[in-house]
Design a protein around this ligand. Structure first.
Ligand code: SF4
Ligand code: SF4
Length: 196
């Protein structure tokens, strides 16, 4: 039974003499290759050349510190739960008296690892974080030779304590987040004072 009128009868067409010789087909293929030699190249000489990326391009993560240099991460694990690639693992530890200037909350990540081979740079970890502790940045992940080297730990992920070496993530912060962070009334934003 014919359901539509789009069907057509397929016939096996005999090849012509020039098609059987293959020579014209080879020349027409070489002509196409030749034409591409003189066109503008779409490829670039990476890594010597790099493409310009968006300001909110999702590259290598950073674990942020607060104004006094304390780590913002409280090892709540929400980023790990949100990660579709199961790339994040961490071990939580309890902050000891006197360590308030090192860790912002009573609980912190003694170890925090992201497997860059698993990561798909979706940004879900950043979305899930309630502490503004993890951000993706416009930095590229290095090309390395072993799998182990691509499991990034805190030594790579946590930003430098020096203010002039901090990683700027303002492009990834929404105006709402920036406004919230500027309001020191919220306990979340309070700065630790050693003298209080
Ligand atoms: S960017 Fe996505 S895949 Fe990568 S660690 Fe974060 S949640 Fe996981
Ligand atoms: S980075 Fe954020 S979501 Fe992940 S464990 Fe630390 S505080 Fe929680």
């Amino acid at each position: 039974m014919q359901l539509t009128n789009r069907s057509k009868v397929v016939v096996k067409k005999e090849m012509t003499l020039s098609e059987r010789l293959y020579i014209p087909a080879i020349f027409s293929g070489m002509l196409i290759t030749l034409k591409h030699l003189f066109r503008k190249k779409v490829t670039i000489q990476y890594p010597e050349q790099t493409r310009e990326v968006s300001k909110i391009w999702r590259g290598q993560h950073v674990l942020k510190r607060d104004e006094i240099g304390a780590e913002r991460c409280t090892a709540c694990g929400l980023c790990a739960v949100a990660c579709p690639a199961e790339a994040i693992t961490m071990v939580a530890a309890e902050r000891k008296p006197g360590e308030e200037h090192l860790y912002r909350e009573e609980k912190y990540a003694a170890s925090y690892e992201i497997n860059m081979l698993r990561c798909i740079f979706c940004g879900d970890c950043e979305e899930a974080c309630p502490k503004e502790a993890i951000f993706l940045t416009d930095r590229k992940v290095d090309s390395l030779y072993t799998r182990a080297e691509l499991v990034y730990g805190k030594d790579i992920l946590v930003e430098a304590i020096e203010k002039d070496k901090r990683v700027d993530v303002t492009a990834r912060e929404t105006p709402d987040v920036a406004e919230f962070k500027a309001n020191k009334v919220f306990g979340h934003n309070k700065v630790f004072d050693k003298n209080s």
